[in-house]
Design a protein around this ligand. Structure first.
Ligand SMILES: [Zn+2]
Length: 434
């Protein structure tokens, strides 16, 4: 790709400085204007002017006085949760999940709908659009402005147009997701791969805050990866980096067919179906297991939640199947750790509900098979959001865009913004004035 030379006029410099102040507050609030000046190296007059603009845009508000420094107490600032609402959509292989959060990622409303992957692309997208309509209706009834909609989906997504190129597990090709959701809602819409989105959620709201080198593994029906390197998502030459589930290093005996069209991809050995297959094989051997009883009691097919429930009750077939999966997961994670030398590997997605069985084994394999110096530097943790990692990732796509471009959020009516007054009321008026 041709190198782009970045130049900047005054407007761009101001936007970069606004973004820096907003990020400082996102990471370390509450902070005073003096503390912000100290952290950023900007002079106090500039900081005051930038803060004033962020207050006018409803993104920041004053929360009280800082008397810790001993001198004249400064007013503390923090991000305003009430800056507006964000809609997150996770379009999964067998579910559609929609959440409405405030600006700091706190849930206000949510809906989960299990879907039948064979229902077809059109029906699943229509269902997602209907739930989004409900989310918008909720936001309106709450008199809050909507800051944007993020959507996370498995597969490779072309940025910035949010065009789904191919999703092996959904078997969808060439879907203009961003356009579809933008036309329906009129909102700012951002679309990304579920594992990339999950990595961003972990960085903005989860276990990888202030962590600049980490890998996020999102595992459920498939397995995706988000490579967060040098403080940002690494996307590769075509924006398609991180497809760790389709790396191929297993031995000949486990070269199962993968939905991407290849054989022996890592995800065929560790995704949730592989766990279920391992349990099924043990049951077929006639091993005495709690699982058959649970299936009968709950009139349920063999599912991952049921396997985890059996493991929690001490069932050996369930625990052994998860341990075996953990070892194969560990081999792949160890390779990634050797390549990237991350501070952290985070497991999210439906499979992370079994993290207490999987991760100790992953940790063990990583320590066994990587060079000691590299192995010692990495921590392996479950996502802060479990199965919701991609859903919170969808929200994070919008928050990240606002942190980068604060002036994309409109100013509130001037008479509604003054220190100490409820920003919520201001937001209400802004919405009504639309
Ligand atoms: Zn594959």
């Amino acid at each position: 790709m041709e190198r782009r030379y970045r130049t900047g006029d005054q407007m761009l410099v101001r936007e970069i400085n606004l973004s820096t102040i907003l990020r400082c507050l996102h990471e370390r609030a509450p902070l005073s204007r003096a503390a912000l000046a100290g952290l950023t190296g900007l002079n106090k007059t500039t900081v005051s002017s930038l803060v004033e603009e962020l207050i006018q845009r409803g993104l920041v508000h004053e929360v009280g006085l800082d008397s810790s420094s001993g001198g004249r107490p400064g007013t503390l600032l923090t991000l305003s949760a009430e800056a507006g609402l964000i809609i997150g959509v996770a379009l999964g292989v067998d579910f559609v999940s929609v959440i409405v959060t405030d600006f700091i990622g706190q849930a206000r409303w949510r809906r989960l709908q299990v879907t039948d992957p064979t229902a077809g692309q059109e029906a699943i997208i229509q269902l997602a659009l209907q739930i989004v309509d409900e989310a918008i209706a909720f936001s309106r009834s709450n008199h809050s402005r909507l800051l944007g909609l993020g959507l996370a989906t498995p597969g490779i997504v072309k940025l910035p147009d949010g065009f789904l190129i191919f999703s092996p597990n959904l078997q969808w090709r060439h879907v203009p997701l961003r356009q579809i959701f933008q036309e329906r809602t009129g909102l700012l819409v951002l679309v990304d791969n579920d594992a990339n989105a999950a990595a961003l959620a972990e960085h903005l709201f989860g276990v990888a805050r202030q962590t600049h080198h980490f890998l996020s593994i999102f595992a459920g029906v498939g397995v995706g990866g988000g490579l967060f390197l040098n403080g940002q998502l690494y996307r590769g030459v075509g924006g398609l980096a991180g497809e760790v589930g389709h790396t191929n290093f297993m031995l000949e005996h486990s070269r199962r067919p993968c939905r991407c069209g290849n054989h022996g991809c890592w995800e065929t050995s560790i995704a949730q179906d592989s766990v279920i297959e391992r349990v099924r094989a043990r049951l077929a051997e006639g091993r005495n297991s709690l699982i058959s009883r649970l299936m009968a009691e709950q009139e349920s097919p063999l599912t991952l939640p049921l396997v985890v429930q059996a493991a929690d009750a001490g069932d050996a077939s369930a625990i052994d199947s998860l341990t075996e999966t953990g070892r194969l997961m560990g081999l792949g994670v160890a390779n990634l750790v050797s390549i990237f030398n991350p501070e952290m590997v985070v497991l999210g997605g439906p499979l992370s509900t079994a993290a207490r069985y999987l991760l100790p084994v992953v940790e063990e394999v990583v320590q066994e098979t990587t060079m000691r110096e590299i192995g010692q530097q990495v921590r392996i943790l479950p996502s802060a959001f479990g199965a919701d990692a991609s859903l919170m990732g969808a929200v994070a796509l919008v928050v990240e865009t606002i942190l980068s471009n604060p002036s994309s959020v409109g100013r509130l009516a001037p008479d509604t913004v003054s220190p100490g007054k409820g920003v919520r009321k201001a937001v209400e008026r802004d919405f009504r004035s639309r």
